[in-house]
Design a protein around this ligand. Structure first.
Ligand code: PEP
Ligand code: MG
Length: 758
């Protein structure tokens, strides 16, 4: 049989479908007409449409051939029967004798016992099952691949009707609503504090394909070929640019891209879909939705990852074909926007209008991702690691996130929305109270003055200094400036940035940490070898010592920026006193060079060290004899003390910073620093949580540096704290804590009894 002749059927059907779509009739009438049309076109006695409901049951929405009374009455579990099987596997099923299949289940009200041959396909959108479309014949017959393909194509039209809400009013009384519109409660990881209520804006918006049916298939094939050519050229040139390619687009990702761009199976399916009567863009959407449905059900993480590459590629093609912009243009952000992205570069977030942004939800990327760092700096509530979120929401959907608990509510019910709204108001009230504390001196109830500093890493952080009343910047993470820059910032650009930081600080002390790159912090424009264990690898001061040019440039820029002012610099990840000596020698050389060239020197210069590698705990005297100050990086100290990867969500929270082992380590550091008269700050996340901060003050630390949002809560805690009493309590507990997992509950009880707000 001639291929084209065989495919004349589906194309004709699509054209007729288009006519039905354009008619001014009710949704039910439209759906009924579609069922009739499909049945007649496929020479089937039965055509039925089942819709997946929010409670995971399937409801018969329309039928031609089965008993009409069953419409909106027949409801089955998604685990039930052949229709259920298709819904759960998201795969087409063609049988010449349905009743012989082990999954066949009989629904007497439908009268389907008369039919033998069965063909069902999932109604898919963005890879999610919205329903099932079925045709049946009384004869034992085999459906051809073309017929399966044609039915799948038709299912796309119904998917569109379901997604745009047209069928919403048809549900049977008591229905929980359609699955496609159902409320979802999702959970990710807490990234940036705050509650956000608003509406979904997709960062890389999916193209909505409006024109499904082609008038001229040859023309569509040509459009498709052209778009594929264009995309291949683009991907090839990205690959060829190698490591210095686009921010975030790394070589192996690009190679996978290229693999798909030339993948015969993928391309063949695209061409077949166009030959079946779809427009080029509808073909891309159809093939992609199908691939998504299959890959989503894969357990192999490698294959699931490939799904994203394929998504990206399909998205590129769609944008190419429809001419829609790849990202939102400026000013297009609606009010109360909640940005939903699979991943996002840190610079991309800065492109959005802050005023309209209420939150950020990431599919990939947790608290330590670079964009998370920027979200925190901007005070945008953010939840990360939310599996599948980009495929589960439509632009404009109502959505709520809580960056403190990691909860995400999609299309929330009114009571859920009210409860989160209350949460947001409560938080705003509390923020108001914290703001009132801003000008109050951070002194404990028993008169101990505490230094409360702020962590920063971007210029956008700096206004927080005045807003929170922090005494200074205890940790300026310079690498963040590097991470958001499109290329390695030169010495002059760096000097300008550091100078601006000091200008805004306006006399308040700033502690600059030298570049802490490597590990998970990669600079897209810097060539770095892939390492087996990056957290234990070539990072931070190790790079600084091995490639001194980078460190020297930074030091020169810092000295220049601080001319005539005070300069504090500290070194990350130092593991031995000798490393500190080597770095100090290098810095002193630079300083002398500048002096020899008559450059204006800083008014004062102090070089400190970050204490975040446990080896230093066993050589404390040596390091304290050398460093002008120390700053304890508890994030890394926890990571190395307990051997838990801080970026691995599976283990990162396995141990409590309030475990006796950690508290004893901190005790040692505080005692030694106080004895040596060396100022000590704690600048890890631990310092910003009220209960942990209470423990640190009890251990003898007098300076804490934290994210801006933490200053209020920590200050409220310490104003109510009797430091001497807490010290006595904690020391007593530590002495008898041997073998305990954590002192959290004991400390919580203590705070509660003492009326200390946490
Ligand atoms: C730390 O390790 O605790 C720290 C403050 O540095 P970073 O989180 O940037 O590694
Ligand atoms: Mg660190």
């Amino acid at each position: 049989m001639n291929m084209r002749a065989a495919l004349g059927g589906p194309r004709l059907m699509l054209r007729k479908l288009r006519e039905v779509m354009a008619q001014q009739i009710s949704a039910q009438e439209r759906l009924d007409k579609i069922a009739v049309l499909i049945a007649s076109n496929m020479v089937a006695e039965v055509c039925s449409v089942y819709v997946l409901r929010a409670d995971q049951t399937l409801e018969l929405y329309a039928t031609e051939g089965l008993k009409r009374e069953a419409v909106h009455k027949t409801i089955m579990e998604a685990s039930e029967g052949l229709v259920g099987l298709i819904a759960t596997t998201a795969e087409a099923l063609a049988l010449s004798d349905a009743q012989a299949h082990p999954s066949f289940s009989y629904k007497p009200e439908t009268g389907e016992e008369l039919f033998h041959a069965f063909l069902g396909v999932p109604i898919l959108r963005a890879g999610n099952t919205l329903g099932v479309l079925v045709v049946q014949n009384s004869a034992h017959r085999t459906y051809s691949d073309e017929e399966v393909e044609a039915l799948q194509t038709t299912a796309m039209v119904i998917a569109e009707m379901l997604a745009n809400g047209e069928l919403e009013t048809l549900a049977s009384p008591g229905s929980t609503g359609m699955a496609v519109r159902r409320p979802l409660a999702l959970r990710g990881s807490a990234v940036s504090d705050g509650v956000g209520l608003g509406y979904v804006v997709l960062h890389a918006p999916r193209v909505v394909v409006k024109n499904l049916v082609a008038d001229d298939s040859d023309k569509e094939i040509a459009r498709l070929e052209q778009a594929i050519d264009h995309m291949r050229t683009r991907v090839d040139s990205l690959v060829n640019q190698g490591e210095v390619a686009h921010a975030g687009e790394h070589r192996d990702v690009l190679e996978t891209f290229r693999m798909f761009a030339y993948d015969r199976g993928w391309l063949r399916r695209l061409r077949e879909a166009v030959a079946g009567g779809l427009t080029a863009e509808a073909a891309v959407e159809h093939v992609q939705s199908d691939a998504r449905a299959r890959l989503q059900r894969q357990n192999d993480p490698y294959l699931r990852d490939r799904l994203h590459d394929l998504d990206d590629l399909a998205n590129r093609l769609l944008h190419q074909l429809t001419g829609e912009a790849f990202t939102l243009a400026d000013g297009q952000l609606p009010e109360n926007a909640i940005l939903v992205a699979r991943t996002m570069g840190p610079a991309a977030l800065l492109d959005y209008e802050r005023q309209r942004l209420r939150g950020l939800v990431l599919e990939e990327g947790g608290a330590s991702s670079h964009v998370a760092v920027v979200a925190k700096a901007l005070g945008i509530p953010c939840v990360g690691d939310v599996e599948g979120i980009t495929g589960l929401v439509e632009p404009g959907d109502a959505i709520i996130l809580d960056g403190n608990t990691g909860e995400v509510q999609v299309r929330p019910q009114p009571d859920i929305e009210a409860s989160f709204g209350e949460r947001a108001r409560l938080r705003a009230r509390r923020q108001e109270q914290y703001r009132a504390l801003r000008d109050q001196a951070p002194v404990t109830k028993d008169g101990v003055a505490i230094e409360l500093q702020m962590n920063a890493g971007l210029l956008v952080d700096m206004p927080n200094l005045a807003e929170t009343g922090a005494t200074g910047i205890g940790l300026f993470r310079t690498e963040i400036l590097f991470m958001v820059a499109p290329s390695l910032p030169r010495a002059t650009a760096q000097a300008e940035l550091y100078g601006t930081v000091l200008d805004i600080a306006n006399g308040r002390p700033v502690t600059f940490r030298t570049l802490d790159i490597g590990g998970d912090k990669v600079l897209p424009y810097l060539r770095m070898a892939k390492e087996e264990n990056p957290a234990l690898g070539w990072r931070a001061i190790r790079i600084g010592l091995d490639r001194p040019a980078l460190l020297r440039t930074q030091i020169r820029a810092l000295f220049k920026a601080a001319a005539g002012r005070d300069l504090k610099v500290m070194l990350p990840l130092v593991a031995s006193a000798s490393e500190f000596d080597a770095a100090k020698a290098l810095i002193e050389r630079e300083r002398k060079l500048l002096a020899d060239n008559d450059k204006l020197a800083p008014q004062s210069f102090r070089l400190g060290v970050m204490l975040e590698v446990p080896s230093l705990l066993f050589d404390l005297e040596a390091i304290l004899a050398r460093a002008a100050f120390i700053s304890v990086g508890t994030n890394d100290l926890m990571q190395y003390l307990f051997a838990v990867d801080r970026d691995n969500t599976r283990v990162a929270r396995r141990f409590d910073p309030l475990a006796p082992a950690m508290l004893k380590a901190m005790q040692r550091i505080a005692d030694a620093a106080n004895a040596a008269g060396v100022p000590a700050t704690v600048c890890g996340e631990m310092a910003g949580r009220p209960l942990e901060a209470l423990a640190l003050l009890a251990l003898g630390f007098r300076s804490l540096s934290m994210s801006p949002a933490s200053i209020g809560p920590v200050k409220a805690m310490l104003l109510a704290l009797d430091a001497a009493d807490a010290a006595a309590f904690l020391k007593g507990r530590l002495a008898e804590a041997s073998g305990k997992a954590s002192l959290r509950v004991a400390l919580q009880t203590y705070a509660e009894k003492a009326g200390i707000p946490l």
